[in-house]
Write a protein that binds this ligand. Structure first.
Ligand SMILES: Cc1ncc(C[n+]2csc(CCOP(=O)(O)OP(=O)(O)O)c2C)c(N)n1
Ligand SMILES: [Mg+2]
Length: 378
């Protein structure tokens, strides 16, 4: 059995480290009391950790990661604007604040690995290489979209890039990914499958059945819980008896890590370790990546369930700003470099909006294509 490795975002007190049973509620309350001095120490500790990680990644990759995070942020700001203008209909869940998770994890992948995620999928699709034009056109419901305008924001899909959705049913992608990992092992490849889901999916049976099966059958699947601490308007602490998601792996003898989701390089390093387990030993892993969404659950969420102070506390650790500042400190980025990145991103996003605006609506015949069972074709 692989070693269970849990790296806390904040150093845990002894009581926080306990697993279950009496006293768990008090432990959660304890965790809520934030001492400004302790917070400052934590910022400094994280700062130093990211500086250390920077040394182990080449400059080109570091700047590409920053570019991708800025692209997701600006793309989504534009999506929010288009949604407000009525150009995007239906549900639209933004990823702003969580960019380090998609960019850090996916930067460690090979192009032949597979990825599945939930409805909060714009960032994953962009990093997997679906063009911003195709993602924006999909949000607009246009034929030029990666799902021909028939999936919308929640159902981005790009099989050529090995991006298998975009899933609207909470947790639905977890057993699917387990099956994909089974298939790659059956074929004898060393491909890995990464599946992303929110912490609210973890209370579902499908999550537990998948983890059990993956460990028992030794499947090369990396289960990534993007713990943004809320399922719609419900705080994790009100919905889960043990709120350390990484500890759920203990029940299945699976390796797990608790990762700081505001540090793109910590995320990348944890993913590399999980991928090595998947490729070399066919072993699954659970990564709990603790993050925070800066926006509402979806575009229609007024967000009354959390305080401004709480949001601001996390915004101080904005993963893009922190990473950019650290790259500057290491002499890898300056004002001109940042301006150049922002300029390229702006041009890509503007092009995407123009492309989506000009792309036609899907014609009615499209209703009968790309469906699993087609009763029309004999
Ligand atoms: C099976 C199922 N139950 C309920 C819903 C309604 N629903 C949509 S999103 C959501 C919350 C999910 O939260 P989480 O898994 O933490 O992901 P996040 O939105 O925070 O990324 C719920 C309950 C659904 N889509 N599917
Ligand atoms: Mg959540």
């Amino acid at each position: 059995m692989s070693e269970l490795k849990v790296t806390p975002m904040r150093p845990r007190t002894q009581s926080e480290g306990a697993s279950a049973g009496a006293g768990v509620a008090e432990e959660r309350d304890e965790r809520d009391r934030i001492d400004p001095a302790e917070l400052q120490d934590e910022h400094e500790q994280r700062h130093q950790e990211q500086l250390k990680h920077i040394e182990h990644v080449d400059n080109e990759t570091l700047l590409k990661m920053l570019y991708q995070m800025v692209l997701i942020r600006r793309f989504e700001e534009k999506s929010a604007e288009s949604y407000t203008l009525g150009k995007i209909g239906g549900f639209c869940h933004l990823y702003i604040g969580q960019e380090a998770v998609a960019v850090g994890t996916l930067s460690a992948l090979r192009p032949d690995d597979y990825v599945l995620t939930s409805y909060r999928d714009h960032g994953h699709a962009l990093v997997m290489g679906t063009s911003p034009d195709e993602v924006m056109a999909e949000l607009y419901g246009k034929i030029g979209g990666c799902s021909k305008g028939k999936g919308g924001s929640m159902h981005l899909f790009d099989a050529d890039k090995h991006f298998l959705g975009g899933h609207g049913i909470v947790g639905g992608q977890i057993p699917l990914a387990t099956g994909v990992a089974y298939a790659t092992k059956y074929r004898g490849t060393d491909q890995a499958t990464l599946v992303f889901f929110g912490e609210a999916a973890v209370n579902q049976g499908a999550f537990h059945e998948s983890l059990n099966m993956a460990q028992l059958w030794k499947l090369p699947c990396v289960y990534i819980c993007e713990n943004n601490q809320y399922g719609m308007g419900t705080s994790l602490k009100r919905a889960m008896s043990i709120s350390d998601v990484s500890q759920k792996a203990v029940a299945y003898g699976m390796a797990a890590e608790f990762v700081d989701g505001m540090d793109v390089l910590a995320v990348r390093a944890a993913t590399e370790r999980a991928l090595e387990r998947a490729r070399k030993e066919y072993l699954p892993s659970l990564l709990e990546i603790r993050t925070y969404r800066f926006m509402g659950h979806s575009m229609s969420d007024p967000g009354h369930y959390r305080t401004r102070a709480e949001i601001e506390r996390y915004q101080e650790r904005d993963p893009i700003k922190v990473f950019g500042d650290n790259l500057r400190e290491k002499g890898l980025l300056d004002d001109a470099g940042l301006k150049e990145i922002e300029g390229r991103v702006r041009a890509e996003v503007e092009h995407a909006v123009k492309f989506a605006d000009e792309s036609p609506e899907p014609p009615p015949e499209e209703l009968f294509t790309d469906i699993y069972a087609n009763p029309i074709k004999k």
